[in-house]
Design a protein around this ligand. Structure first.
Ligand code: PHE
Length: 338
């Protein structure tokens, strides 16, 4: 036995192992080379007859042989098992965890805008838009808002130079739209609004509203009530009830605030509705004749209703979101659940 024999033997053993066709053949090779009565123990025994000077090199060569064969057996075994598994399941290993492709989705605000506009579209409304940067005229004056009205306060409104401001309400679209069109008018207008609110769980300086405006020859408060009632059922389900409370807005007369029966408790009273059974959803009313006069409509010939509601509020109610700030943090993990 010399070194060269061992190297040659190693090479041959590895070649045979790599070619082993199944686990049985592989095991037979393992036994033959490194098994208890295999080649390796025999060679180890032979070491004692090797001249002392050659012993270390020979010993090391035998160790390399053992390691190489052991590794080759393990490697071939894994490959044969993988092949057997593939043969059973195709190349798909159903025991591996899946790879997720995260699906994109619409932001809850956009979902609510889509849902509400869709409902009103089915009722014959079209969608209109106006600018975020608005004039004081369209946001206030044209809407019959007196010069000293609180909503104009510097503390409530973001003013810009040159009689401009960030619109505080989508109502600003009303006069803009009517000015250039003749009745009948049936529009909804979703969009961003801005107010100098300190951000907390229910307030944001930048939020969304959807405005509605219907003007024709004989639009009545009964139309407002039945249309909003229909909207409520379309949005929240057939069990929801509406309630109209008198209120004040400069641009509607009479004005109302509209509540929906609480979706959580069905009206019995719970934490969400603060035990009242009702949730305030929007402001509304019959368009004030002064607004019609301002846009050149004859207040004697037409009547109309208008309403405006906060989209964030709807989203929070429908999705059970407890803090408005969650809608703006852009945390995909949070938003992905809606
Ligand atoms: N613009 C009012 C608000 O922001 C809501 C409203 C719209 C009220 C239309 C009446 C008519 O509170």
């Amino acid at each position: 036995m010399n070194l060269q024999d061992i190297e040659n033997g190693t090479a041959r053993a590895l070649a045979e192992l790599a070619a082993a066709e199944d686990l049985k053949a592989l095991e037979a090779l393992r036994v033959r080379y490194i098994g208890r009565n295999g080649l390796l123990p025999k060679l180890m025994q032979g070491l004692k007859d090797v001249p002392a000077a050659d012993k270390p090199a020979m010993g090391q060569a035998l160790n390399r042989f053992k390691t190489a064969v052991t590794d080759a057996v393990a490697g071939r075994k894994a490959a044969l098992e993988a092949a057997a598994r593939d043969a059973r399941t195709g190349s798909l290993d159903i025991s591996l965890p899946g790879r997720w492709a995260r699906q994109g989705r619409l932001h809850p605000i956009q979902q609510l805008i889509d849902r509400t506009t869709d409902i009103f579209r089915r009722m014959g409304f079209t969608v209109a838009n106006g600018p975020d940067i608005e004039t004081e005229y369209y946001n206030f004056d044209a809407l019959n808002t007196p010069p000293d009205h609180v909503s104009r306060d510097l503390a409530d409104t973001f003013y810009l130079p040159g009689g401009l401001l960030l619109r505080t309400q989508t109502s600003a679209v009303q006069a803009r739209y009517m000015e250039t069109r003749q009745p009948p008018v049936r529009i909804v207008c979703p969009g961003r609004c801005y107010r100098r609110d300190t951000t907390d769980a229910t307030h944001s300086a930048n939020f969304h509203q959807i405005e509605g405006l219907y003007v024709d020859e004989a639009v009545s408060l009964a139309d407002l009530k039945s249309d909003l009632d229909h909207f409520a059922r379309e949005l929240m389900g057939p069990g929801v009830r509406t309630r109209f409370r008198t209120h004040f807005f400069p641009f509607t007369e009479p004005s109302v605030e509209v509540d929906f029966s609480c979706h959580m408790c069905g009206g019995g009273g719970c934490r969400v509705c603060k035990q009242s059974g009702w949730i305030e959803i929007m402001g509304a009313g019959m368009v004030d004749p002064n607004v019609f006069a301002q846009v050149g409509y004859d207040p004697e010939a037409v009547t109309g209703y208008a309403f405006g509601m906060g989209i964030e509020r709807l989203a929070m109610i429908l999705f059970g979101i407890d803090d408005i700030r969650r809608l703006y943090e852009n945390d995909g993990r949070y938003l992905a659940q809606f």
